[in-house]
Design a protein around this ligand. Structure first.
Ligand SMILES: [Fe+2]
Length: 260
């Protein structure tokens, strides 16, 4: 599968791109099955009400690398299993689109993905305000894949379009976690703006620029938000990460993307 010119231009302008119906159904089903087994006893899709958050104190688990707390499940230990890598990062279509954006043969081979990240339904619990942040760990291109349907307001990956063009210059380096004094001001600016709710169906993916403002929004639906995440990195990131932000923020991207 290839991105067309409109896709690439949309990504450059907005910092994200949604592609529908990409992921393998059998692998999504397997991921979901493992997720249900990972949840604390008594929390089961057979009893949908049991999936409403938050988790109680006894259920909370912050034993590295996994985390279960409040409305969050970060099931990271599953992320190194080869079929999980194949589900997202090495899905042939996901990989070819990422290579199209960053350059063929330029991506680091993944040995894992981040894992399965979930947001439980909030039920009657008060919803927090939508506040943006930018990730600080070094990578080029993020991808979020939904392994189950995420209806509007269902805890989607929520983004502030265009913010990557500002936040790219709110760090002292291209890829490291070294925010400058602009960061807070730009956050304040975007927190005053309405984000975009990237809802979707099982199999849909969202590509996003590494300096795009985003959040995992609260879940107002009855369905657990279930996503798999991966961060694409180029092989030369150890050399390029320390350099200052470039005048052309797309300098490290593919010729095709730069010229689009
Ligand atoms: Fe984040």
């Amino acid at each position: 599968m290839k991105l067309n010119l409109d896709d690439i231009r949309f990504f450059k302008e907005n910092g994200y791109l949604i592609k529908r119906n990409i992921l393998d159904k059998a692998l999504m089903a397997k991921a979901q099955e493992r997720l249900w087994r990972f949840l604390p006893e008594g929390r089961s899709p057979k009893r949908p009400n049991s999936l409403i958050g938050p988790f109680n104190d006894k259920e909370e688990d912050r034993s590295h690398p996994n985390e279960i707390y409040k409305f969050r499940v970060n099931y990271r230990s599953i992320g190194h299993e080869p079929w999980m890598v194949r589900l997202l990062a090495k899905d042939p279509n996901v990989w070819s689109m990422a290579e199209q954006m960053l350059g063929k043969g330029c991506l680091q081979e993944p040995d894992r993905i981040r894992g399965i990240y979930c947001t439980l339904p909030f039920g009657n619990y008060p919803k927090p305000q939508l506040t943006c942040h930018v990730d600080g760990h070094p990578f080029h291109l993020g991808v979020v894949g939904y392994i189950d349907d995420v209806a509007p307001t269902g805890g989607s990956f929520t983004v502030w379009p265009g913010s990557h063009k500002h936040f790219y210059y709110a760090f002292n380096s291209q890829y490291k976690h070294d925010r400058n004094e602009e960061y807070r001001l730009i956050c304040e600016y975007y927190n005053g703006h309405q984000p975009v709710d990237c809802f979707g169906e099982a199999g849909d993916i969202v590509f996003w620029h590494h300096r795009l403002a985003h959040m995992a929004s609260p879940n107002n639906t009855c369905n657990v938000r279930q996503a798999v995440l991966y961060d694409f990195k180029k092989t030369d990131i150890d050399q390029t990460q320390l350099g200052p932000p470039s005048d052309n923020m797309w300098e490290d991207w593919s010729t095709e993307l730069r010229d689009s």
